[in-house]
Design a protein around this ligand. Structure first.
Ligand code: AMP
Ligand code: MG
Length: 409
């Protein structure tokens, strides 16, 4: 059995960041890693841009009545020069006409009038006011985002503005998900005696989906060698195969043996954590990866957060340290009898009165998936620690989906 830290190290040493590049439409680039430098082909703003609705003026003119020589909405290029004694009507986003050196907002005038009429300017305005000058944000030729950046909404905005549609991104891994167990039935079915509904096949799908990936489902594998081998062989054609169940020491836990037969080298099969001890990680000689996680729903969800998510993100060159770890004040005490493993407990983490607080959720063990709907993260209990006092500091980690459950928001 190895520690969580050793397991993470093995995963990090094994998973090779992809070097393959896709050219994708801008909409699809969200959540991927950029594979080209983003260089601006234009100045931004591309012209002296008006930032308020009002009149373009010669600032030295001051208050008074001035004749309106042109109407310039956004998208129109001015044709008349504003001479002292005249003004042009301008809207936000329009280019500033030559001759003008400031814009006075309409609220400081007698209101909008038509071209040929006189506008009442009520206040003096300083030169340069309400104008954003050419190249103020970005100059043509500037390196604005470096290759390797993770594409969030802010990067999408830059890519759109610089004309990068389509854009080069590192390839996303393909992910296949297999739930195993003779006892499993589909969510749409009523379980018979001894049966339960397959939840992991769906929760792992959703967790993968939350990483902006489109996993494929291999359905449910029965606990027999033929069916499992058939489905695992299909899964082995994907960059990541995620298998739930069948990895412990039961006499029908065939998964590790078949993974080896299919060509995976299994690098560990037990990690000193609770929940999720019997977790398997392997790699094939053609650079495909497999995780086998225990079937208990909470174990599978926690294992995904701790191990699978970083692995997938290493592959796609996305940030792994997602800054979602924090120090929180514990709101309720915690005791345990067996302190041999590092334990993760479902928690509701909130920002309250200038600090994070963590409330441990009532939880009966790794099968208690309903408890997870009340949690938005986990709290870590170190090995050898059998007691955590109320009000003491603990380490918490928010899930990627860290929103507060609705009844707690
Ligand atoms: P296993 O890891 O196969 O020994 O399964 C451990 C526990 O998790 C057993 O109680 C299983 O019935 C349950 N389990 C296994 N797979 C799933 C699944 N896909 N959805 C919900 N529970 C599961
Ligand atoms: Mg099983």
């Amino acid at each position: 059995m190895i520690s969580r830290q050793s397991a993470i190290q093995i995963i990090q040493d094994t998973v090779k960041p992809t070097t393959e590049i896709d050219t994708v439409g801008l909409f699809e680039s969200y959540g991927r890693t950029l594979a080209e430098n983003i260089i601006s082909d234009i100045d931004i703003p591309p012209f002296n841009r008006v930032t308020m609705d009002g009149y373009a003026v010669v600032s030295s003119d001051g208050p008074g009545l001035y004749s309106v020589i042109e109407d310039i909405p956004a998208g129109k290029f001015p044709t008349s020069v504003v001479e002292p004694g005249s003004v042009s009507k301008v809207m936000t986003g329009a280019p500033l006409p030559d001759g003008a050196d400031a814009v006075i907002q309409v609220e400081k005038t007698g209101g909008f009038v038509n071209v040929g009429q006189s506008a009442q300017i009520n206040e003096k305005i300083r030169k340069g006011q309400n104008i954003s000058s050419t190249g103020e944000d970005v100059n043509k030729g500037d390196l604005v985002i470096k290759s390797g950046a993770y594409i969030r909404s802010a990067e999408i905005s830059v890519l759109a503005s610089m004309g990068y549609d389509p854009v080069k991104c590192y390839r996303n891994p393909s992910v296949a998900i297999l739930a195993t167990g003779d006892e499993l039935v589909a969510p749409s079915q009523k379980p018979g005696p001894g049966q339960i509904r397959n939840s992991n096949g769906y929760s792992m799908f959703a967790q993968t989906y939350s990483l902006m990936l489109d996993p494929i489902s291999l359905g449910v594998g029965q606990d027999n060698e033929n069916d499992l081998r058939d489905k695992i062989e299909r899964g082995a054609t994907h960059d990541f195969l995620l298998v739930s169940g069948g990895v412990s020491a039961g006499d029908r836990d065939f998964v590790p043996g078949i993974l080896r037969d299919v060509g995976y080298d299994l690098l560990f099969h037990k990690v000193n954590i609770k929940p999720g001890k019997p977790i398997t990680f392997g790699v094939s000689n053609n650079g495909r990866y497999v995780f086998g996680v225990p079937g208990n729903p909470v174990s599978s969800m926690v294992a995904f957060e701790l191990f699978i998510k970083p692995a997938i993100r290493w592959f796609s060159r996305a940030p792994v340290a997602d800054s979602l770890e924090l120090e929180a004040t514990l709101l309720n005490e915690f005791k345990r009898k067996n302190a041999s493993r590092e334990e993760f407990r479902p928690a509701l983490i909130k920002w309250e009165n200038g600090r994070f607080t963590a409330e441990l959720i009532q939880y009966h063990g790794s099968g208690h998936f309903a408890a997870m709907t009340k949690a938005n993260g986990i709290v870590r209990v170190d090995p050898e620690v059998d007691y955590l006092a109320k009000d003491q500091k603990v380490t918490g980690k928010l899930f990627s989906e860290f929103y507060l459950p609705i009844d707690k928001a």
